[in-house]
Design a protein around this ligand. Structure first.
Ligand SMILES: Cc1cc2nc3c(=O)[nH]c(=O)nc-3n(C[C@H](O)[C@H](O)[C@H](O)COP(=O)(O)O)c2cc1C
Length: 414
């Protein structure tokens, strides 16, 4: 019986343990978590979601305060079109977050940044260009394009000196999305170095409709593999979503995958950015406490714990401080929902907004508990302590469990 350790992810001459810890936005996949993956010879991700906020928290910087100061005059205005990111500050925050992480890197693995196109930031093209260029400047090993089709993303960095040496990959949930991306990027004369195929059981946003349960990761991976073989395209495939044990991973690796991308198992590690009381909710939840809904203003379905404080919360939009989801016209669907409730409940102290959420504020405060489908199995990966809480794991423990386990076994912590 094979183990994950019998396989290697080959990137040119580099051989890596074929375990990729996926990006988990707004600092859930912290630098500490990514650094552990790299130290252990695998691949870790940080995320540049809300990077100004993350840089403030990590380095005691003042990016958010300065933006809020600049746009304070607009806080009560429902028109947010004037609220722009200062591109210099965005570059600085990105370089801080990524540069400090790369300085701390030890070991043979890689650290990539998860870069979501849906963070349109009231100037989609310009901000995405700055985010990616600054990431390359700061020495990131590579960029994983996420949450969007990214049809123009390669072109935004094709003049960068690292465009051909950095690893560049994309997350897709269908063959069609991959075909569109490849057709568009042909112009830059550069293929992606890897393709993450994310199925419907993943955490975060889903690249499916509310009919997500009709899809199956193994089928999509097989379809994409056939296409790549037929086109003679030698691009490593990395399935993601619901790969819970080392044996799950082995079955993909035996069927031609080059690595697996995993996340949920790492949400209950000490290195993960979620506060510990939230991690205990992840441990405790049962299957019926997890839902996929449409409250994210991105328009994608999102999976989360039904107990998330964000659900139904009606906080005032905080775009002057954050504003990461403002589209190119300065709008966000949460603003519309909030304004509708405000108009219907004049003078109300606290509003409830049910159909959308202020994703920036809620993710920033760790009040939207996004999670993978198998979060309800996390309780089987640890020990229950006498006080009823569960023991947090180390990232090394979980990584090694994926790497060395057989027979669908999950090693409990010491
Ligand atoms: C808490 C959490 C947050 C996530 N956030 C992001 C994100 O910001 N961007 C992204 O591309 N994927 C995100 N994902 C998806 C993961 O990177 C990964 O592909 C997927 O969850 C793997 O499936 P698994 O969780 O079943 O192992 C998130 C997943 C989780 C569990």
């Amino acid at each position: 019986m094979k183990r994950v350790d019998d396989f290697r992810l080959k990137f040119g001459k580099k051989e890596l343990v074929p375990i990729v810890i996926g990006g988990m936005g707004v600092d859930i996949s912290t630098a500490e978590l990514a650094l552990e993956a790299a130290r252990l010879g695998g691949v870790g991700h940080i995320s540049d979601a809300m990077v100004n906020t993350v840089a403030d928290r990590r380095f005691n910087a003042k990016f958010v305060k300065e933006k809020l100061k600049q746009y304070k005059f607009n806080v009560a205005n429902s028109d947010k079109s004037v609220v722009q990111f200062d591109l210099g500050q965005l570059a600085e925050a990105t370089k801080m977050h990524i540069g400090k992480t790369m300085e701390a890197k030890r070991g043979d693995g890689l650290i990539l940044v998860n870069c979501m196109e849906k963070l349109t930031m009231n100037a989609p093209k310009e901000t995405l260009r700055v985010r990616m260029q600054a990431a390359l400047d700061a020495g990131i090993d590579g960029i994983t394009l996420a949450a969007g089709l990214h049809l123009g993303s390669f072109a935004l960095i094709e003049d960068h000196p690292r465009f051909r040496d950095a690893k560049l990959g994309i997350i897709v949930s269908s063959l069609r999305a991959l075909q569109l991306f490849l057709r568009k990027t042909l112009r830059c004369n550069r293929l992606p170095d890897y393709v993450v195929v994310e199925g419907p059981l993943a955490g975060g946003h889903l690249g499916f409709g509310m009919d997500w349960s009709q899809y199956d990761l193994a089928t999509i991976v097989a379809e994409i593999r056939q296409f790549l073989l037929a086109e003679k395209l030698d691009i490593p495939l990395i399935p993601a979503g619901g790969i819970f044990t080392g044996s799950d991973a082995v079955s993909y690796l035996e069927n031609g995958a080059s690595a697996v991308q995993v996340a949920t198992r790492f949400t209950v590690t000490k290195e993960c950015g979620l506060p510990e009381d939230v991690q205990q909710e992840y441990f405790k939840v049962n299957e019926d406490g997890i839902e996929v809904n449409m409250i994210s203003p991105t328009g994608y379905p999102m999976r989360m714990l039904s107990k998330s404080p964000a659900i139904g919360d009606g906080i005032r939009p905080n775009c002057e401080a954050y504003g990461y989801l403002l589209d190119s016209t300065g709008n966000c669907s949460y603003i519309n929902s909030y304004n509708r409730e405000a108009a219907a409940n004049p003078g109300a102290k606290r509003l409830s907004v049910k159909d959308k959420t202020c994703l920036c504020t809620q993710m920033r405060n760790f009040d939207l508990w996004t999670c993978g489908h198998y979060t309800y199995r996390l309780k089987d990966t640890s020990r229950k302590l006498p006080d009823g809480t569960y023991q947090l794991l180390s990232a090394e423990h979980v990584f090694h469990d994926y790497q060395f386990s057989t027979d669908n076994r999950i090693a409990l912590p010491e």
